[in-house]
Design a protein around this ligand. Structure first.
Ligand SMILES: Nc1ncnc2c1ncn2[C@@H]1O[C@H](COP(=O)(O)OP(=O)(O)O)[C@@H](O)[C@H]1O
Ligand SMILES: [Mg+2]
Length: 404
């Protein structure tokens, strides 16, 4: 049985070679595969390793879009490991190789996110067409994948990072998709602090002009808060905020690569130049502008909105979120904000300083630090609305994915 049909190979010419990694302790299988691939110049087996431990080491250093994994030694355990690796290296497609396919194994394979189940006896006839089908298609290199959400901010301290980080977390909880949060704050990046993540590498290592940006580079650079919540942070090396430039010309391919690897990517993007904000906004399904309900923030938000729309961003994609709304004594009502901004809807999050600060102090998202708080509930609601954006076409075969 195949998890999805492996029909004839596409007729379109193949632009570049696709590298494969094989995991098997069995030299005979390796030989069979090498011989099938010999006549396929577009497919090249770059490495073989014996087990999943060796595979992790390989994947940390090399990227390969397709991994063929022999599961016969411990089928269930290996499939579980592949599921874990699928979350850790989101761009990779796994093909499971096994002697027989039982109904139980097929189900397990499907749940683990494996793209194809290959019975060993039919490798000769089936494997190559399958690999062609799994190859990253050209449209995928330029195309959609998951959803991107850009969080702009109307002023420092308005709560943009709180929104970005917690939305990311709520989205992964609500959808069981892998979610990436990217800290684009060049001067005071705090995503790492808010999630209690520390590491040497971050956004700057991906955005440097020297490197080709792809989903694997992002997946290996991102820090893992959990199986489904990853972050590209700003490492705090010196204790002083150092402003390094965002390479605007690289942002577009960066966003595309993020979308290929993750169901959702959130960009915490304060203090952007209008050029950078436009690139992000155009590549995003929604652009949130976080503001507080005061004259200054409303004016800034209005100016940002107009500038983006003038540059071709669709107005309906821009969603202002009024943060720290008070139930009483609110000087400017939400309706007035909406009118001033000339939009059909604004989101709102309650003022809830205690919860917000508690979450930061513990380095935990609100869902963990204060799960019942008003602020958390507001963000959960927002995540629910936004989860409808999941394009669903960076497509693992997941009936019910599990959260970490
Ligand atoms: N809804 C809210 N109610 C009360 N305090 C909030 C709220 N959202 C954020 N804060 C607090 O405001 C401060 C700034 O938040 P932060 O998300 O870092 O803002 P920004 O990223 O826009 O600079 C933090 O202390 C945070 O806890
Ligand atoms: Mg911030």
């Amino acid at each position: 049985m195949m998890l999805s049909p492996a029909n004839a190979r596409p007729s379109a010419p193949v632009a570049s070679q696709v590298s494969l990694i094989l995991v098997t302790p069995d030299v005979l299988i390796e030989r069979v595969i090498l011989s099938v691939l010999r006549s396929e110049p577009a497919l090249s087996l770059v490495r073989t390793c014996k087990d999943t431990v060796a595979l992790v080491n390989l994947l940390e250093r090399n990227s390969a879009p397709i991994v063929l994994a022999d599961i016969d030694q411990h089928p269930e355990q290996i499939l579980r490991e592949l599921e874990y690796l699928g979350n850790r290296f989101p761009g990779i497609r796994f093909v499971a190789l096994a002697q027989d396919l039982t109904a139980d194994l097929a189900l397990l394979a499907m749940h683990s996110g494996v793209r194809h189940f290959q019975v060993k006896a039919r490798i000769n006839t089936e494997l190559v067409p399958t690999l062609y089908r799994l190859m990253p298609a050209d449209e995928e290199l330029t195309g959609e994948g998951g959803a991107a959400l850009t969080v702009l901010s109307a002023s420092g301290g308005c709560g943009a990072t709180t929104v970005a980080v917690n939305l990311a977390n709520e989205l992964q909880l609500a959808t069981a998709q892998a979610v990436l949060v990217v800290d684009l704050d060049a001067s005071y990046g705090t995503v790492g602090t808010y999630l209690d993540l520390r590491g040497e590498y971050g956004v700057s290592d991906v955005l440097t002009p020297e490197r080709r940006i792809d989903a694997e580079l992002i997946a290996t650079t991102a820090l893992k808060r959990s199986d489904h919540l990853h972050a590209l942070i700003r490492p705090l090396n010196t204790g002083f905020a150092t402003a390094d430039p965002i390479f605007v010309e690289r942002l577009d391919s960066f966003v595309r690569a993020c979308k290929l690897g993750y169901g959702f990517t959130l960009f915490d993007a304060p203090r952007m130049s209008v050029e950078a904000a436009t690139v992000l906004a155009k590549a995003s399904q929604k652009v949130l502008i976080v503001l507080q309900s005061n004259i200054k923030d409303i004016r800034v938000t209005r100016a940002m909105l107009d500038a983006l729309v003038e540059r071709g961003v669709i107005r309906d994609r821009i969603y202002p979120i009024v943060n720290r709304v008070r139930r009483r004594y609110q000087m400017i009502t939400l309706r007035e904000v909406q009118q001033a901004l000339n939009v059909t809807e604004v989101g709102q999050l309650q003022n809830d300083f205690k919860s917000a600060v508690r979450s930061i102090n513990y380095g935990k998202p609100l869902a963990e630090a204060t799960p019942r708080s008003k602020l958390r509930r507001g963000l959960m609601q927002l995540a629910k609305e936004l989860s409808a954006l999941y394009a669903g076409n960076n497509g693992k075969l997941r009936a019910h994915a599990t959260t970490g």
